[in-house]
Design a protein around this ligand. Structure first.
Ligand SMILES: NC(=O)c1ccc[n+]([C@@H]2O[C@H](COP(=O)([O-])OP(=O)(O)OC[C@H]3O[C@@H](n4cnc5c(N)ncnc54)[C@H](OP(=O)(O)O)[C@@H]3O)[C@@H](O)[C@H]2O)c1
Length: 309
């Protein structure tokens, strides 16, 4: 089968289109004939070898995690799904990814797709589960509360804005000036240009921060929270010293795109509470270019790789 392969650590030229064997599903996995895949920063960080001390990979690696498609084979013990089911979920991006004609997905990270096209479904798993896990499970955001979301123009941030508005919260978000209108359309009440404005001067006494940026942005977020407030970060923390100083609870989230969360996302999408903005669609032959575009092209929302028309 055709696949986008990482042949070595590096930049755009480390990714090549090639042929590999079709993967067979193990117990509690299904084989998915891929319609679309979507890209996440994890995929170019993996390409660059940023995590090579912690994550071992065998070259060539089929890249990609997010996937939508139809089930083409069942592993032992799978009774929850049938061949032909339209599904979406998260393949194992460090072992057998989704940028290929076929992939395998654990049934613990799989659900039936919402009433949207395959491109849209593929854009949801990691980003939407990240936003849902943070806002629903960790922050337990409630109506009337105030939240600051860092990175509101990005894949996770643009979904988090919508989930926060759906919960009835007041939403401020930091982003690039170019994403201001986009975030306002999604429901953001206050937008802050990260390049020219200091969010610590514009936001005070908030209940929660959801940080998709990390670094200094995470550290400065303590200044905008009320005592007893919470920070969930995708890229930093926790910082127990600052937690104690400001009476805050901080948490570094490792997202689990579980079937339960995917089912919750399916319902939110079908209820029109959550929409995905697709910035650009590439085809499988353009996978290397698509990854570079995600890294440097400042997309609004998600970048999709369509495998099957
Ligand atoms: N821990 C986990 O399990 C997990 C899971 C998923 C993702 N992540 C991480 O979460 C992060 C976000 O993921 P994503 O998919 O949302 O990425 P993304 O689509 O690239 O979005 C990031 C957004 O942040 C904006 N941004 C950059 N610097 C900023 C700043 N200083 N202040 C405010 N906004 C800023 C970017 O805008 P411009 O492009 O215009 O600068 C972009 O819109 C990535 O680092 C990813 O690796 C972690």
């Amino acid at each position: 089968m055709k696949a986008a392969l990482l042949e070595k650590y590096g930049g755009e030229d480390a990714v090549k289109i090639g042929n590999v064997d079709r993967p067979e599903p193990a117990a509690n996995e299904v084989q998915v004939e891929v319609c679309s895949a979507s890209l996440n920063p994890f995929d170019y960080k993996l390409r660059e070898g940023i995590m090579k001390e912690n994550i071992h990979i065998n070259f060539p690696l089929v890249l990609g995690g997010d996937v939508s498609g139809t089930i083409s084979a069942l592993g032992d013990g799978v009774s929850e799904f049938s061949i032909g089911d339209k599904v979406y979920g998260l393949a194992n991006a460090t072992k057998q990814g989704s940028l290929a004609e076929y992939t395998v997905v654990s049934i613990s990270q799989l659900a039936m797709i919402p009433e949207v096209d395959y491109d849209t479904a593929a854009g949801l798993p990691l980003a939407a589960c990240s936003a849902y896990q943070a806002l629903h499970d960790h922050l337990q955001l409630a109506s009337g509360q105030k939240i600051l979301i860092h990175g509101g123009g990005g894949g996770i941030g643009s979904l988090a804005i919508q989930l926060a508005k759906f919960a009835g919260a007041y939403v401020a978000t930091t982003l690039s000036a170019r994403d201001k209108e986009f975030a306002e359309k999604l429901g953001a009440d206050k937008t802050i240009d990260y390049a020219t404005e200091d969010f610590t001067k514009l936001v005070k006494n908030y209940d929660s921060v959801f940080d998709t940026v990390g670094g200094e942005t995470f550290e400065k977020s303590y200044l905008v929270l009320r005592p007893g407030g919470k920070i969930v970060s995708m890229s930093a923390g926790p910082n127990h010293e600052l937690d104690a100083k400001y009476d805050i609870t901080s948490l570094h989230q490792s997202t689990q795109a579980s079937s339960e969360r995917l089912e919750a996302i399916t319902k939110l999408v079908n209820d029109h509470a959550l929409t995905l903005n697709i910035d650009k669609v590439f085809n499988l032959d353009q996978a290397a270019e698509a990854l570079e575009y995600l890294k440097s092209g400042h997309p609004k929302g998600k970048v999709i790789v369509r495998v099957k028309s």
